[in-house]
Design a protein around this ligand. Structure first.
Ligand SMILES: [Zn+2]
Length: 299
């Protein structure tokens, strides 16, 4: 199964830009422990592989680079870029309780030891270990406390904390609470929005947009600043989509409030306009789009 996506930069422009800047920074300003969370594990893996590619690229890291490192990552044959699941690493497991790889329930201590051994040898490459789960058909699944148990996490904790130079660990999971907190606290977390389908969530925007129709026009600048910050810190399109999800949820839970219903339906279309404006080529200035939207919805 190949997971590299050659259009990943269009899927997550903000996240890719963030990591690119961090990697190209003189001080390699990205954490050596990254935790991705969200419902779309395959997209998380694509993103992880792209980070691995940029970290290893011997040229400028551009998407179409054809240096040996980039070619290897794209073909998933790079010797230092690995997707680790409970089903991989067969040699190391064979000793353990006669389990076959197929029935193996978790990433076990033997795997942890093998990783530690492997890291004790220096590498010419930037090692990237992507931890997740998969089923027998190769479909990627999130890590949880069953497939990545506490004993294994603990065996690797020191390694996660102080890895050898040029080593990055990436954990793929649905929810941060599925990973033991000692690992989470050592990792930099990123929400990776689902690229598969709209998941109707609005957790990223709720604190800012909750009951926004009650906001007084005098406070519009504050609302606008908060909303703009959300859009800057995340993929703007996702923020607008989550805002729409929030509005739809309110509409559904207040079926008898006609006034609110009409307002929200109107506002959903204003947000749709904003989404269109930021995807134009060239895109409209994000701040202007947000400002325009706020003046339409805050009355
Ligand atoms: Zn390259």
């Amino acid at each position: 199964m190949l997971y590299y996506n050659s259009e990943i930069d269009r899927k997550y422009p903000k996240l890719i830009d963030y990591f690119k800047r961090g990697i190209n920074d003189e001080d390699k300003n990205i954490s050596h422990c990254l935790l991705f969370w969200g419902s779309d594990i395959t997209s998380q893996c694509e993103l992880a592989l792209e980070i691995a590619r940029i970290l290893n690229c011997s040229k400028d890291g551009s998407m179409d680079c054809d240096c040996l490192n980039c070619r290897w990552v794209k073909e998933q044959t790079h010797p230092a870029v690995k997707i680790y699941t409970r089903l991989d690493f067969k040699e190391a497991d064979s000793a353990e309780d006669g389990e076959t790889a197929k029935g193996k329930k978790n990433i076990n201590i033997n795997q942890a030891k093998a990783i530690i051994n492997e890291l004790s040898v220096t590498s010419d490459y930037h090692r990237v270990y992507i931890f997740c789960d998969r089923d027998d058909d190769g479909n990627l699944k999130p890590l949880n406390r069953l497939n990545f148990p506490e004993a294994t996490s603990n065996a690797l904790l020191k390694t996660f904390e102080e890895p050898p130079a040029d080593t990055t660990f990436i954990f793929l999971t649905k929810d941060r609470t599925d990973i033991i907190s000692t690992v989470v606290s050592r990792a930099q977390s990123f929400f990776v929005p689902s690229a598969l389908e709209n998941d109707y969530s609005y957790d990223l925007v709720e604190s800012v947009v909750k009951d926004y129709w009650r906001i007084d026009r005098q406070q519009i600048l504050e609302f606008e600043a908060n909303f703009y910050k959300l859009a800057l810190d995340n993929e703007p399109k996702i923020i607008f989509e989550q805002f729409q999800n929030y509005m739809l949820t309110v509409v559904k839970s207040n079926p008898d409030n006609k006034h609110l219903f009409y307002k929200l339906i109107q506002d959903i279309s204003y947000v749709e306009d904003a989404k269109r404006q930021i995807s134009l080529t060239p895109a409209m200035n994000l701040q202007a789009v947000v400002e325009n939207l706020c003046f339409k919805i805050i009355l």
